[in-house]
Ligand binder design. Sequence first.
Ligand SMILES: Cc1ncc(COP(=O)(O)O)c(C=O)c1O
Length: 360
Amino acid sequence: MKIADFKIEEWMNKYEADAEYDLTTTCISPLSVNDLPYEKSIFDKKLDYGDIEGSFRLKTAIKALYENQQVGNITVTHGAIGANQLVFLSLLERGDEVVSILPAYQQHYSIPEALGCSVKKYFLQEKNNWLPDLNELDELVTLKTKLICFTNPNNPTGAVIADNMLKEIAEIANKKNVWILSDEVYRGLNFIGNSYSRSIADIYPKGISIGSMSKTYSLPGLRLGWIAGREDLIKEINHQRQYNTISVSALDDYFASIALENRDKISARNFKIMNNGLSILKNWLTENPGVKCILPSGGTTALLRYGADISSKELCIKIQQETGVALLPGETMEMEGFVRIGFCADNLKIALNKISKFLV
Ligand SMILES: Cc1ncc(COP(=O)(O)O)c(C=O)c1O
């Protein structure tokens, strides 16, 4: 299967390692094993394949993140990246129509395109606070549409689709009997209202929720994600999954269980980092009115519109060469004229002050 270059991942591979100040990151200071209250007996555990579709303990902890999901509605995957891919491979066929809401993780349009689907890209707009215009979305979804996909909370904008709007999107999908994939890897990181938005899987029977340990739970190195969705779909996904996963690592399964069982503590620690980052970002934006940004309502990233007359890639290369600060160019997300920052990054204040003069 031929597939487009994965622009974000290629950029990060090339520039992140050499950065003195890494603002490309979407994670909140990853935890170590020693930060988790693990049981010593884990070191005696035989490293067999483990529970093929994820342990009961882990799926029970994942189930607790939802209102109506059951252990049988959940399957465990190799990160959210594995989860997204499995959904597309299980659900889509050549010729299917997909409405993909951008900006998004590139999997959401490049995998369907590679599978031979017709992908309608719907771009969120700054003037709508990076939220979908539901009339426009309604017009785009047809009887031929098989799947709508989006990210909530959004990476890179940090916009959060509130429950009411989620329900309205579900109604649009329901009229045409369309599946919805909601990439919810940043779920649990809302600044406004309940820190957990309601999941699409709890709102809409054909809603598919993608979750992960990487962002909300600060354990990207576990490489552990999941899919929650209708039982017949999960069965189909597990059939597909046998060809690319067998099981996730038994250690990852164990540490993810421990982390989810202690998620309140992880969340309290992460909100301190996020609130601090957001307040640094707010102050910096006040001091630099030439840079435009709709403040994130959730997640770990913000999209900055810069004034300088230069492509986002050239700008990021220049900034990294001259200051050591790595940023993600909007072009890698089909958002030219913007750069993404991770506002939970270490040394955010120093890094932002270094880049101010390049952005206006
Ligand atoms: C929206 C989104 N989906 C999926 C992923 C992949 O996540 P994971 O590391 O859990 O595979 C990322 C990573 O940045 C992401 O931002």
